[in-house]
Design a protein around this ligand. Structure first.
Ligand code: IPM
Ligand code: MG
Length: 384
C-alpha cells in the first residue's frame, strides 16, 4: 500500500539528510567569533524592513549615529542603508532575501534590521520563507540572545535561543506523504547544540551569572531534545563554578510566573521553537514584545532586531510615525555592546531606563495622542 508515495517521501527525506549533513561538515570547519577590536573599520548595515520597520529603524540609526559621531568621522564606523529587504521586493524575487540584497548584507559586519513581514496562508503574498529565518540561516546566526529585565521585580533573565536548528531548520521541507499524512522534521546536531550551549555558559561566566538553566521536552522528544540536554550537562562540567538545572518547557512557562521561583533564573538556554515561545512570554512580562530587542549572533556576522512584527495596520492607518522605536533602540544598544562600544551601550541602556521607566516624560501610544518616534528618539538623545 502507498508504495509510490512512500518511495517519493523517502527520496525527499534523503535530500533533507544530505543538506543537513553538509551543514554539519560546515560547522566542523567553523572558526572563532569575529574580533571587532582587530578591524580598522566596522560596517553597520541598516535594513528597515516592512510596515513600521523603516520608521522605527531610522530612529534607532539616528540615536546610534549620535553616539558614534566621532567614530564615524574617524572612519572607524560606517552606516550603510540597505534597501530592498521589503515584502514587495521579496515577493517579486520570490525569495526570502533577494540575491543582491543578500550580497549587500554580507558585505557588512553587523546588521540592524527592522521587522519584516512573514507571509502566511491566506494573505496576499506568495509563500516566501520568513526573511528573519532566512537571514539567520544564511549568515549562520546560531545564537539568539534575548535579555528581559524587570528591575523593580528583581528579574534579570537572558535567554539563549538556538537559532538555526530544531523545528526551523527544515520548516519548509516537511512532507505530505499522502493526502492524510503530513510529516515535519526537527533537526538537531551535536555541533549545533554545543555552540549555543557554550555561548550561554561563556556569557554567564563573562557576566558573573551563577546559574544556567536548560529547557527542553526531553521526556517526550527523546532524540533531539535528549541530545540537547545531554550536551548541556556534558558542557556544564567545564563550568564547575556555575549552578545548572533543567526544566521542561511546559512547567517552565509556568515557573516564569511563579513568585517563589522566577527570580532564580538567570541564563536560560533552549532549542529554537521553545525559545521562540518563551521569549514572547518573558517580553510580555517586561512590558510587551514591543519593548524587547534581540541579538542574532554567529561566528562571522551578527544581526540585531526587534522581536515584534511589522504592524502593517499602523501603516495603513497612517500611524507609523507614532510607532514606538524602543525595541529597535534597544537592539541598537545590544549592537554597540557586541562590537565593543560597551560604554556607549551602557549610556544608551541608562537613557532607555530613564525614558521608559523612571522619568517617562513622553508616552508612546501608537496614536496621535502620544509622542512620535522622532520625538522619542530626541528624548533619548537628551538623556545620553
Ligand atoms: C521571532 C519571530 C520569528 C520567529 C518569526 C517572525 C519568523 O517570532 O523572532 O521570535 O519565529 O523566530
Ligand atoms: Mg517569536
Amino acid at each position: 500500500m502507498y508504495r509510490d508515495q512512500i518511495e517519493a517521501a523517502k527520496e525527499q527525506f534523503g535530500k533533507l539528510l544530505e543538506k543537513q549533513l553538509k551543514r554539519v561538515e560546515l560547522m566542523k570547519t567553523q572558526g572563532d567569533f569575529a574580533d571587532y577590536k582587530t578591524l580598522d573599520k566596522i560596517i553597520i548595515g541598516v535594513c528597515g524592513g516592512d510596515g513600521i520597520g523603516p520608521a522605527i529603524t531610522a530612529q534607532a540609526q539616528r540615536v546610534l549615529e549620535y553616539l558614534l559621531k566621532d567614530e564615524i568621522e574617524k572612519g572607524r564606523i560606517e552606516f550603510r542603508v540597505i534597501n530592498g529587504l521589503t515584502i514587495e521586493g521579496r515577493a517579486a524575487a520570490m525569495k526570502a532575501i533577494p540575491d543582491e540584497v543578500l550580497a549587500e548584507i554580507k558585505a557588512c559586519d553587523v546588521i540592524l534590521k527592522g521587522p519584516t513581514t512573514t507571509p502566511r496562508k491566506g494573505d496576499k503574498w506568495p509563500n516566501v520563507e520568513s526573511a528573519n529565518v532566512a537571514m539567520r540561516k544564511e549568515l549562520d546566526l546560531f545564537a539568539n540572545m534575548r535579555p528581559v529585565r524587570i528591575p523593580e521585580q528583581g528579574i534579570d533573565w537572558t535567554f539563549y535561543r538556538e537559532n538555526t536548528e530544531g523545528g526551523y531548520a527544515a520548516g519548509k521541507e516537511g512532507i505530505n506523504v499522502t493526502e492524510d499524512l503530513g510529516i515535519d522534521f526537527t533537526v538537531v546536531t551535536s555541533q549545533g547544540c554545543e555552540r549555543i550551549i557554550r555561548a550561554a555558559f561563556e556569557f554567564a561566566r563573562a557576566n558573573k551569572k551563577t546559574r544556567v538553566t536548560a529547557v527542553t521536552k526531553a521526556n517526550i522528544v527523546k532524540t533531539t531534545d535528549g541530545k540537547f540536554l545531554d550536551t548541556f550537562y556534558a558542557i556544564a562540567k567545564e563550568y564547575p563554578d556555575i549552578t545548572v538545572d533543567d526544566w521542561y518547557i511546559d512547567i517552565m512557562t509556568a515557573k516564569l510566573l511563579d513568585e517563589n521561583r522566577r527570580r532564580d533564573f538567570q541564563v536560560v538556554v533552549l532549542p529554537n521553537l521553545y525559545g521562540d515561545i518563551i521569549t514572547d512570554e518573558a517580553a510580555e512580562l517586561q512590558g510587551g514584545v514591543g519593548t524587547a530587542g534581540s541579538a542574532n549572533i554567529g561566528k562571522k556576522y551578527a544581526m540585531f532586531e526587534a522581536i515584534h512584527g511589522s504592524a502593517p495596520r499602523m501603516v495603513e492607518e497612517g500611524r507609523e510615525i507614532y510607532a514606538d522605536p524602543c525595541s529597535m533602540i534597544r537592539a541598537g544598544a545590544m549592537l554597540l555592546s557586541h562590537i565593543g562600544y560597551q560604554e556607549e551601550a551602557e549610556r544608551l541602556y541608562k537613557a532607555l531606563d530613564v525614558c521608559t521607566v523612571t522619568e517617562k516624560r513622553l508616552v508612546m501610544t501608537g496614536r496621535s495622542n502620544g509622542a512620535t518616534g522622532e520625538e522619542f528618539a530626541d528624548y533619548i538623545m537628551e538623556n545620553l
